[in-house]
Write a protein that binds this ligand. Structure first.
Ligand code: TXA
Ligand code: MG
Length: 316
């Protein structure tokens, strides 16, 4: 079983060490327990998806202890400044454009040019973020499709040894995930209802907010928003070799004509960690196409193939 420790100085130091070594650490926030990884480390972030058994790469929320730190990673527009001044720290996540030199893993954003940021208010979460000194990517610490965890025991029951350490600070006070507000679009859009209600957001912004799925021109649910990265270059999947001017993206034992390799060792966690960064890189090189070697349809391979299939069909 995963080790559970009450939040005290030695536990915070241990958590920091594990996070910096690329391990997963579960920790309490005011909303729910999060399954945390160093958001700067591609492989650590890939472990979150492997542990949650998510069939897709949903972008993750990145947690920081101070609003000032958020500016290093995303562009805080005027609306974001207003909302942050009024409602951070708290149960609210803001989707904002990544800065040009943003060091967050591309996997955190599922390849998009935006990132969801949150400054939590709970003391234990803030203590961990301060001690760790790195941004922490954390979805709710439950398996995909299961109930959200509001106590340390829920996390240990669900993950066992997949998580290196669980920090315990008793039950979460809010018990419901954060509100997700997209401020990267022309009209501020609510992507997920949560602890902070629309009326509060509207009164701070002094303008109305669109709710995703409100009308037929918009997608029906946040999960369906066209917010996934799709390369401009045509993509061909299950391709053992490149044809014509295509660049081959390999997986497993390297072949002579490949331009990049998701994981020469055939490791799916490594492949997930590299996926969006390598697609971005190949996309920028103006090949006539990108051919991707077959990826096994197991474990994280399912999420990788889901993304590749949709990119190959031109779906976002
Ligand atoms: O309360 C919470 O928010 C918890 C605690 C641990 O902080 N975290 C959480 O994360 O619920 P998660 O990964 O389960 O939910 C993240 C939500 C998803 O609906 C995701 O699609 C959306 O935020 N999201 C994250 N980044 C996004 C982005 N760049 N664009 C659009 N939506 C994004
Ligand atoms: Mg969740």
């Amino acid at each position: 079983m995963a080790r559970t420790l009450p939040i005290k100085d030695d536990a915070l130091e241990k958590a920091t060490q594990l996070l910096c070594e690329g391990h997963l650490v579960a920790f309490p926030t005011e909303t729910v327990y999060g399954l945390g990884a160093n958001a700067l480390d591609d492989t650590a972030v890939a472990k979150i998806f492997a542990a949650k058994k998510r069939p897709r790469f949903n972008p993750l929320i990145v947690h920081l202890s101070k609003v000032e730190d958020v500016r290093a990673f995303v562009i805080m527009n005027a609306r974001a400044e207003r909302i942050a001044a009024a409602l951070w720290p708290g149960p609210l996540s803001l989707v904002l454009p990544r800065t040009p030199d943003c060091r967050l893993s591309h996997l955190v954003s599922a390849g998009l040019d935006t990132a969801a940021m949150r400054v939590p208010s709970s003391t234990p979460a803030r203590q961990l973020l301060r001690t760790a000194g790195v941004p922490i990517a954390a979805p709710s610490a439950n398996k995909s499709g299961m109930l959200s965890p509001t106590e340390a025991k829920h996390v240990s029951d669900a993950f066992g040894d997949d998580v290196a350490l669980i920090l315990d600070a008793g039950p979460c006070t809010v018990g419901l995930e954060s509100t997700v507000l997209d401020l990267s679009t022309e009209v501020p859009t609510l992507l997920r209802a949560g602890g902070i209600v629309v009326e509060t957001l509207e009164s701070v912004l002094e303008e109305s907010i669109a709710v995703a799925g409100d009308d037929d021109t918009k997608p029906k649910s946040p999960g369906m928003l066209s917010r996934h990265y799709a390369p401009k270059t045509p993509l061909r999947i299950n391709a053992p070799h490149a044809v014509g001017g295509e660049a081959l993206l390999g997986f497993g034992a390297p072949v002579s004509d490949e331009w990049a390799n998701l994981s020469p060792a055939g490791d799916l966690v490594e492949a997930a960690a590299n996926l969006f960064r390598m697609l971005h890189e190949l996309d920028a090189q103006n090949h006539t196409g990108i051919a991707v070697c077959p990826i096994p349809e197991e474990g994280l391979g399912r999420a990788i193939n889901d993304r590749l299939r949709r990119a190959a069909k031109g779906e976002k």
